[in-house]
Design a binder for this molecule. Structure first.
Ligand code: UDX
Length: 449
């Protein structure tokens, strides 16, 4: 079985590499020649733990090839995966131009019967349009079947998720095509759910929308907790122990970002609008998330009155740990708002500094060591819970800051930790900790208290 994958972004590259690792013959195709050249040399264009090792291993084995030429990439393919981007268009709808280009390329270049597998997240019904376009562009008399096979990979653990996912969804009308994709995936040993094409397409949106809703829900409970005096970490634990709710995706913080949740929630609202359905719930989820992103700025303003001239260390810029992805990261809204408030920003991320420069205001100063950010800061913001940041921030703030104060957007520490280090600590959905509140320890004489 010859497999071709169109698109070497997070989804396409990880899918192609992992399929080659379970013994399939895979050719990954991308129009970006620079990317393909790097991949041929065994260099991953994205930071994804474990990926580069598998690229090198499977290229050496001869299972994995890269090309930017669609004639070479699609010739002799039995199965072609489409894994190109479906970015958010101006109206919030998914932009399908890359999908349609891929479909035309497939039609023009295949040389035998083919199963086209859509990995990209696409609105319900798109797979049928893909089939039409492939058929329209065919150069010979070949059979074309389509299968919707959405991905559920998390960035930063995409390789792990490929081998240990909860389910593989195969949406198809044609049982033979469905069987082929099932056999390809069998070595992963992950439960397979077979559905219609329409349902598979919707499962992807519904899964992301549900997880985003869980996050906005717990963030809203956190906001209420701050006012009534309850503690969101205890609440998450308390509700998460109910097996009907489950403990995951109940971490309150400064909102979700990344390449999927923001885009897919908006696309789902757009899909609903197209059928005259007002998706109130999803609109609130999105709006709340926008407000949540600048929560720390509002808290800092409340605490200091004005942030004019304050040096603020932003620790962690990527939308979550273990990735350099900056798409829709809360750090973007936070830095822009802080600059408007007249603050001076010193930014640090273990991996994403370079990428961040494309997204954050030009006046942001970047440092390569966490301690350099903390040493220069009047106020520390934790935006991403990288292991290094959690390990070092509390201790180094105590060590290097005159009046240590941390605004933690990811609830990395317990109030007891903050008390122990005598650091002023403001987190999400919990009471702030002020030094001197500890029993038996003399209150620090902070004039602003
Ligand atoms: C997500 C889905 O998990 C994945 O199945 C889908 O295919 C793509 O989108 P990803 O964007 O990589 O994956 O990140 P994920 O780990 O799901 O986190 C998304 C965002 O939610 C991050 O910004 C994270 O910080 C935030 N989050 C997550 C919370 O704020 N609280 C939580 O409890 C969990």
């Amino acid at each position: 079985m010859q497999i071709s994958i169109i698109g070497t972004g997070y989804v396409g590259l990880v899918t192609g590499v992992c399929l080659s690792d379970i013994g399939q013959h895979v050719t990954c195709l991308d129009i970006n020649m620079e990317k393909i050249d790097k991949l041929k040399q065994g260099i991953s264009p994205i930071y994804e733990p474990g990926l580069e090792e598998l690229i090198i291993k499977n290229q050496e084995k001869g299972n994995l090839h890269f090309t930017s030429n669609p004639i070479i990439g699609l010739k002799n393919a039995d199965v072609v995966y489409i894994a190109v981007g479906t970015p958010q268009g101006e109206d919030g709808a998914a932009d399908l131009s890359y999908i349609y280009k891929a479909a035309r390329d497939i039609g023009q270049n295949i040389t035998r019967d083919v199963v086209v597998v859509t990995k990209s997240t696409v609105p319900v019904g798109t797979n049928y349009k893909i089939r039409e376009l492939v058929l329209l562009n065919l150069q010979g008399n070949y059979r074309v079947e389509v299968v919707s096979n959405p991905e559920f990979l998390r960035e930063g653990s995409a390789v792990h998720d490929s081998f240990h996912g909860d389910r593989i969804v195969i949406g198809a009308d044609n049982p033979e095509a469905s069987q082929i994709i099932e056999e390809i995936n069998e070595p992963f040993g992950i439960p397979i759910l077979k559905t219609s094409i329409y349902s598979a397409e919707m499962i992807k949106y519904a899964a992301n929308a549900f997880l985003a809703t869980k996050i906005s829900f717990i963030n809203e409970i956190a906001n209420i907790s701050e006012k009534v005096g309850s503690d969101i970490v205890e609440i998450s634990k308390g509700i998460g122990m109910d097996s009907r709710i489950g403990p995951k995706f109940l971490k309150a913080g400064i909102g979700f970002g990344g390449s999927c949740f923001p885009k897919d929630t908006r696309a789902l609202i757009n899909i609903s609008e197209a059928i005259n359905h007002d998706f109130h719930l999803m609109k609130s989820v999105v709006q709340l998330n926008e407000e949540q992103k600048i929560k720390l700025v509002n808290k800092a303003k409340e605490r200091f009155g004005s942030l004019e001239g304050k040096h603020i260390a932003l620790l962690g810029l990527a939308f979550k740990p273990n990735t350099d992805d900056m798409r829709d990261a809360p750090s973007i809204s936070i830095s822009k708002t802080l600059v408007e408030e007249g603050a001076k920003i010193i930014a640090y991320d273990p991996i994403a500094n370079k990428n961040a420069k494309k997204y954050l205001p030009d006046c942001v100063k970047y440092v390569d060591q966490i301690e350099d950010a903390i040493k220069m800061a009047d106020i520390v913001f934790i935006l991403t819970e990288w292991e290094e940041i959690v390990e070092k921030t509390l201790y180094q703030s105590k060590l290097f800051m005159k009046k240590p104060i941390i605004f933690d957007g990811r609830n990395c520490y317990t109030p007891e930790d903050a008390r122990k280090y005598e650091v002023e600590y403001v987190s999400i959905g919990r009471k702030p900790v002020k030094p001197g509140e500890i029993q038996g320890i003399k209150p620090t004489n902070y004039s602003s208290f």
